[in-house]
Design a binder for this molecule. Structure first.
Ligand code: ADP
Length: 159
């Protein structure tokens, strides 16, 4: 039984995240999308809103579930007996950041393996931060996020 986790902020989830979820769900028996709540970070969407958005998006996959994590991700995974941590890579900038993060996680929990999945070329420009900026100017984000996320962004930035 191969269980993997895909942790991230998902603030908000994008077609890029969804593509990684779809591909990971086809490889692993179970995939847990871990919505991280980090007190140092400022989010646009609350953890409840991010969980609700991810929950709606993962409905097509029976083997994908979602959980909230407000502790160290590796501790959270160890408690759930998950040894594989998936991260998505859009390019070399992501890689250098993700590589350092994986080294840190390896130092904290040597039993957890980080697996990098490179983005699909269709999604490599998608970045939650840029999408939020575009949405804040009422730009069209419909090619970047699923409809419920576009609607949630519209409501956030309405007025
Ligand atoms: P974090 O704040 O933990 O980086 P994000 O929600 O921004 O959380 O990203 C979660 C993971 O999804 C990261 O590994 C990130 O590189 C990956 N990711 C985000 N957007 C894309 C994309 N368009 N294609 C592939 N991976 C992506």
């Amino acid at each position: 039984m191969l269980k993997a986790a895909f942790p991230g902020s998902f603030d908000p989830p994008t077609f890029g995240h969804l593509n990684i979820i779809e591909r990971a769900a086809a490889i692993f028996d179970e995939l847990l999308v871990v919505v991280a709540e980090n007190r140092q970070k400022k989010y646009l969407f609350s953890s409840e809103e991010r969980i609700r958005l991810v929950t709606g998006l993962i409905q097509p996959w029976k083997n994908v579930s979602v959980a909230l994590c407000d502790s160290l991700v590796v501790d959270f995974l160890n408690k759930r007996d998950i040894r594989l941590l998936i991260r998505g890579i859009r390019g070399t900038v992501d890689f250098s950041y993700e590589f350092e993060l994986s080294m840190m996680n390896k130092a904290l929990a040597g039993n957890i393996e980080t697996i990098f999945m490179t983005t699909d070329p269709d999604y490599f420009v998608l970045r939650s931060s840029a999408i939020k900026e575009l949405a804040s100017f009422h730009g069209d984000v419909s090619a970047m996020v699923p409809p419920p996320v576009a609607e949630a962004l519209r409501i956030k930035y309405a007025g």
